[in-house]
Design a protein around this ligand. Sequence first.
Ligand SMILES: [Zn+2]
Length: 320
Amino acid sequence: MTKSGMMVLAAAAAFQASAQSPAPTPAPWTLSEQQVRALVEKVRAGRDLAPKGWPDGARVAVGLSFDFDNETVTLRDGRDSVSQLSQGEYGARAGLPRVLRLLDKHKLKASFFVPAVSALLHESGMQAIVKGGHEVGLHGWIHERNSQLDEATERELMKRALDTLERLTGKRPVGMRTPSWDYSPYTIKLAKELGLIYDSSLMSDDRPYEVVASGQPTGVVQLPVEWILDDAPYFSMDRVSTVRPTMNQDQVFAIWKDEFDVAREEGGLFILTMHPHISGHRARAAMLERLILHMKSRPGTWFATHEQIARYVKQQAGMK
Ligand SMILES: [Zn+2]
C-alpha cells in the first residue's frame, strides 16, 4: 500500500474511533435524577416562537434549504476515493445548476448552507447562488463534527468559515446549520458569540423555538429540522458500505406532501433539507418540482429564506 493510502486508512480508523461515544462515567443506570437533568438541559428547547400568523395572512411558512456539501463529507471522513469525490463533485457541476434553474423558474428564494472548503472549491457555484438572490449560511469548515472538537478549535473553524463565506459572497452569514446536525457543548454559545441569529440543526419541535443552554435563553432562533425532511437518509448510496437508497422519489414525495399539508393545517413551518449532489439528480429534481407545484397550488404558502423566517419570528416575539 502507498504511504498516502496508509495515511488515509489511519485517518479513517481514527475517525471511526472518535465517532464512538465514550463510555459514560458513571454508568448511565447509576446516574441520579439531578445528573440526568444536567445532561439533558445542556441544550434544550425554550419558548415556542411560532407566530400567530405568517406575513400577508399566509397559513404556512416554507423554507427550502440545500446543503452544498459536495466533496466535503468524503474529505471529513478522511477518505480520498476518486469515485466518492466525483459523486460529490456532481453536486456543484450538475446538481446546483439544475436546482438553481428550478428555483428561478418558480421565482423562489432558498437557503444554501455551505462548508467553507466547498465554497473555496466551487467559487463559480457560490457566485451563481448569490446571483440568484439566495441566502448563504454557515455549514462548518470541512463538514467537521463539532462534537469531536475542543472549544478553541470549534471557535476558530467557525470564524474562519464565516470570514471565507463573507469574502466569497460579499455578505456575512447570519445563520447556521451544523454539519451532520452535530452539536458540541459549545456550539450554541459560539453561535451567539459570533452574532448568528438562528440555527437550523435541532429537532425538538416542528415549530420555531428559542434555544436554551444550561437553563439560560440564548436569543438564538431554532428552525427545526428532521431526518424525515432530509433527502440524505432516503437516497444516499455508498458502494463500499451498506448505505443504500431506501425509497424511490414517489414514496418520498408522499411523505413530504403530507408533512407540508399538516404544517399548513396547523399554521406551521415546513423546513426541507436537501443536497445538490443528491436532489440535484434528474428524477429527484422532477419530484421536487412536483412538490413545489403542490405547495404553490395551496393558498397562503409563504416561501422564504431561513433568514427571512428567523427575522419575522424574532420580530413577532418581540426579541431584539
Ligand atoms: Zn452537510
